[in-house]
Design a protein around this ligand. Sequence first.
Ligand code: FES
Length: 143
Amino acid sequence: MVASNIDATEVFCKMIMEVSDIYSEKVIEHFMCPQNAYSMPDANAQGVYGDSSCGDELIIFLKVQDNYIQEISYLVFGCCASIATSSMTSVLAKGKSLEDALAITEEDIIQALDGLPENKVHCSNLGVSALRDAINNYYETLK
Ligand code: FES
């Protein structure tokens, strides 16, 4: 039993060392300690986006009050970069007006994470698209 725990720890440490060669410290930080990652049963809007090319999916929950995002959370199923980009999307959107949150771009996410490897740039679209879907769904509830 102890031996298998050591093996799991070694495998995890090896995995982290491998991803740290590929990703920035910021990406690793948000992958290891994702911000605002929880379900929100009393959200007043939610948005979903799935990338059919890789199968990663994200659902974003919003609590909007007086046109501002008071609270934002998400559940994500995906790669290291999709977890980090979802986390950063929530950090950038929290407290913003809906208009300012809609203006957040994939490039903003990438810059805030100090870059992404070329084959992971598409992961930045996950958060932005789910966030825009959530905001548009919120606008629909006002009609
Ligand atoms: Fe597709 Fe990360 S590999 S979103």
